[in-house]
Design a protein around this ligand. Sequence first.
Ligand SMILES: [Mg+2]
Length: 272
Amino acid sequence: MTEESILANVRRYARGIGDDCAVLKPPTAKQDMLLTTDFTIEDVHFTRDWSAERVGHKAVARSLSDIAAMGGRPLYCLVSIALAPWVDQTWLNGFYSAANDLLQTTKAWIAGGDISHARQLVVSITICGAALKGKALLRSGARQGDLIYVSAPLGGWKIKTVIEPRLDLGRKLVGKASACMDITDGLALDLHKLGLMSNVGAALEEVPLLPGATLDQALYDGEDYELLYAVPSAVRVPGIRIGVITSGPAGVVNYEGKPLEPKGYDHLLHRS
Ligand SMILES: [Mg+2]
């Protein structure tokens, strides 16, 4: 593989690449721009036995989930990849085609990126999106008495093989949810973070579990990529109600009469 042969391949999946920068239309005056970036790293987010398609899908889905959590629409994607020695052209084709397939379901596209090499495979995905001006869903708007919802049952880290970014739901929540985020580090830690940002507490009433998942997996494992949102009680929204926002203390999540430890997946505790 040479850089040229790789680029020739990438051009099949990307639009308008070849210059030093991508030249793109900014969101309109009625929109705010969203930017999010995520690493997907061998032995951290996937292992070598995963198919190329599964890695490509996951890498893009993680960033799309962040756009969904803001109630936005994805527009453009930058794909940067550091190739490990074991990666070949067939693998790369599978990776880019899966990444591109998922983006196309959202009408976004690959607008650029970078290629280098490293001992382990490292993928960095950056997605630019748009939200209605002043309406992006933040973590900071939850108020006492708001009801707390999740988009689907939890505990999926070891059970779900495909992440489905909740873009349609995120957009439906615009103007309705007072706060929103996606669950990546586990419900206990993520609801704690939402509470801190909103300066409120939370009382969990029930934790919906995926078939085969345990309560501990749902609370502490993460990688669910479902939406977690707070909504004023008079407002109807889709989802599963799991609790209620309390006056505080900020960030404290009570469940079955006692505060949950705000622990979950912390990247810096997993360094090897
Ligand atoms: Mg997120």
